[in-house]
Design a protein around this ligand. Structure first.
Ligand code: UD1
Length: 369
């Protein structure tokens, strides 16, 4: 054994990061050779976007909160970097673990790499090949400066290979988001969200929308939302709206008159409520990345309201259809899903609940903990 355990500095910032870091913190916490430290950048800060997830997923209180809050991309990324640099200097970690593709991911990876601290990227190699998505820029840059590339699906391996990533950096470990889903599914079944909303299992659709490309432009949003209103005439659509989306909808005048149609707008839900809402839905409509993966394990048909996906395995196994924003295409896909009774699909390789343990194994072996 070395003189001290390896110190792993884990970073979270935005909502989808929390379910990814929870199993990593747990796996590291179970190893004698590792000491896990947690930094929250504060990119997301609302109770329902942040704290609730810590509570429900039993994530330890962050050792440090950088409290950056919302701002433009440049201002937010710069603020995270400025505040994260002294933390790395003080903590002297052996590795910095970043997850996903949000601004906090690239900001902290860049700081660590410049201080010569190895960077581990969880969820490496995913590519939408659409550089208009801020996440695509964040992913590519983070992968380019990472020393450990932890991959969730086969496309990640081929993308990294095509970009010339050194083979010894790449580890196909599976999906930490699915670790969290499998660990919490039983608990989620006890959620009262369906009863509270007056919904019957398999008799509603759940929807999320928050991509700037879908919700920031009034005309684009109106066309997309028109298709959703059409679906809501047939099947209740529950829509926990992200703060970005809610603010835009307010500005576009959706809370006046009957512009919501039958769509049921609700506050963002906690992890367990949303998991049950997805698990018992007839179908899910989304532009999120993680939800494409979660529905695949829950075996609930997913219509992805985007032109591309960086998670093609969810399409390959037959759970996800990338239907874009054209109302006709969305409605045609909806009708196809509704016509199919006994939907199922196989789980992607290594989405088995043990990805974080594989990550801990690699870090301890390579860093000598
Ligand atoms: C961010 C991520 C996106 C991820 C999403 C999940 C980037 C570039 N984008 O997008 O990849 O899918 O999180 O939610 O990192 N706001 C609040 N309360 C909060 C957080 C945000 O009201 O707790 C509002 C603010 O008005 C803010 C806006 O939402 O300006 C957008 O937040 P931001 O973190 O910039 O981007 P997201 O759209 O949340």
């Amino acid at each position: 054994m070395p003189e001290r355990p390896i110190r792993v500095l884990n970073v979270v910032g935005a909502r989808p990061n929390f379910m990814k870091i929870a199993p990593v913190m747990r796996a590291l916490g179970a190893r004698e050779g590792a000491q896990a430290v947690l930094v929250h950048t504060g990119q997301h800060y609302d109770e329902r976007m942040s704290h609730l997830f810590f509570e429900q997923l039993a994530i330890p209180r962050p050792d440090v909160n950088l409290e950056v809050g919302s701002a433009s991309h440049a201002v937010q990324t710069a603020a995270i970097m400025q505040r994260f640099e002294p933390v790395v200097a003080e903590q002297e970690p052996d590795v910095v673990v970043v997850v996903g593709d949000v601004n906090s991911t690239i900001a902290c990876a860049l700081v660590a790499a410049k201080l010569h601290v190895p960077v581990a990227h969880v969820e490496a190699g995913l590519r939408s090949f659409d550089r208009r998505m801020p996440e695509e820029i964040n992913r590519r840059l983070t992968d380019a400066i990472s020393d450990f590339l932890f991959v969730t699906e086969p496309s990640g391996l081929s993308n990294l290979k095509a970009e010339g990533a050194a083979e010894e950096k790449v580890h196909f470990v599976g999906n930490v988001m699915i670790d969290t889903l499998l660990a919490n599914l039983e608990k989620a079944r006890a959620s009262r969200v369906l009863e509270d909303l007056g919904l019957q299992p398999r008799a509603y659709a759940a929807m999320t929308l928050h991509r700037p490309s879908n919700v920031d432009d009034g005309e684009t949003f109106a066309s997309l939302f028109g298709a959703i209103r059409e679906i809501a005439r047939d099947l209740p659509v529950v829509f926990p709206a992200h703060p970005r989306t809610r603010k835009n909808m307010e500005a576009f005048g959706y809370f006046e008159g009957d512009r919501l149609g039958g769509v049921r707008l609700v506050e963002p839900l906690g992890y367990l409520d949303f998991l049950r809402l997805m698990a018992e839905a007839r179908l899910v409509l989304t532009d999120s990345g993680g939800i494409q993966e979660e529905t695949t394990i829950l075996k609930v048909p997913c219509l992805t309201l985007r032109e591309s996906t960086e998670r093609p395995v969810t399409v390959d196994v037959g759970c996800n259809q990338v239907v874009g924003r054209d109302p006709e295409r969305i409605l045609a896909a909806y009708r196809r899903v509704m016509a199919e009774d006994d939907f199922t699909c196989p789980a992607p390789e290594k989405w088995d609940g043990h990805a974080a343990e594989r990550i801990a194994d690699v870090l301890l072996e390579r860093l000598g903990g």
